[in-house]
Design a protein around this ligand. Structure first.
Ligand SMILES: Nc1ncnc2c1ncn2[C@@H]1O[C@H](COP(=O)(O)OP(=O)(O)OP(=O)(O)O)[C@@H](O)[C@H]1O
Length: 261
């Protein structure tokens, strides 16, 4: 399958029960700070992420977008403040609920086949037997990788590797998927393919929370925008409003290409 082929809708399973059971959202950050060596990199961020709209996190270089995602996902522990999933506080780094997944700018893949990468993730979630095979099949199909099962994952092209990272997320049926600049290293065709998969995941009920540098992509995908600058939350609101009537001077400058970092 060539990247850019219309993925998704017609290949999507009609229901994905795992995405809907025992809800973990809303996700709430309460006055979250993150400091390294005395520098406050995330500065008192409070926000709520609800089920539904695709949330895009925007901001200039170094604004704190990746850190915010990592704090929300549970990879980092806040220096101060709280991260709550459905009103429950998480115990520390790496302790967020399991029904959420993250896709990174550079995919982290095992030195094994495409199939084995998916099976490993499913095994970690104690999914075996026919269920594992079925989810693997579904995930490969949804990401256009059905004919790549035997190929060593690290021999895939950059775009295919990112599709495999998305296939892995797909197979786990997360309620929330965090994506940290998933297309920043990809060509336009691979970028479109990733966007279509993200769109299909959204249509299947997975909450999308994503960072990007690409304003065109943000306009294509965002329902809601969270705008950061220098570790602070400056705006959260509907994408239409953000793009046409930004509420802060900084967002206005950012949209005009005048605020780069
Ligand atoms: N472990 C760390 N030690 C020191 N500084 C850090 C650390 N991690 C991140 N930073 C700094 O914190 C700031 C925010 O980083 P972050 O990666 O979240 O920015 P970002 O908004 O994702 O930026 P970009 O768009 O350039 O990827 C940056 O200035 C970065 O250099």
């Amino acid at each position: 399958m060539s990247p850019g082929t219309n993925l998704g809708a017609q290949r999507l399973p009609p229901t994905r029960e795992g995405a809907f059971s025992a809800p973990i959202l809303p996700l709430e950050l309460r006055d979250v700070c993150y400091e390294v060596g005395g520098a406050r990199l995330i500065d008192g961020i409070s926000l709520t992420i609800e089920t539904g709209p695709r949330t895009l996190i925007l901001g200039p270089n170094g604004a704190g977008k990746s850190l915010l995602l990592r704090l929300a996902h549970g990879l980092l522990r806040p220096s101060a403040g709280q991260v709550l999933w459905r009103n429950r506080k998480i115990a520390g780094a790496g302790r967020g609920p399991r029904r959420q997944a993250m896709v990174f700018q550079k995919p982290v893949l095992l030195r094994r086949s495409v199939r084995a990468n998916l099976d490993h993730a499913l095994a970690l979630h104690r999914i075996g037997g026919e269920e594992r095979r079925q989810r693997r099949r579904e995930a490969l199909q949804a990401t256009g990788l059905s004919d790549r099962g035997d190929q060593p994952a690290r021999s895939l092209s950059g775009g295919e590797q990112q599709r495999l990272a998305l296939a892995r997320a797909w197979a786990l049926k997360p309620q929330v998927l965090f994506l940290d600049e998933p297309t920043s290293a990809l060509d336009p065709a691979s970028t479109r393919a990733v966007e279509e998969i993200v769109q299909a995941l959204h249509a299947a009920g997975t909450k999308i929370v994503m960072t990007t540098h690409d304003l065109g992509q943000a306009r294509r995908l965002a329902d809601e925008v969270v705008f950061l600058n220098r570790g602070r939350l400056l705006e959260q609101g509907p994408a239409d409003r953000f793009f046409t009537q930004p509420q802060s001077r900084e967002a206005e400058a950012y949209l005009a290409g005048e605020l780069l970092w």
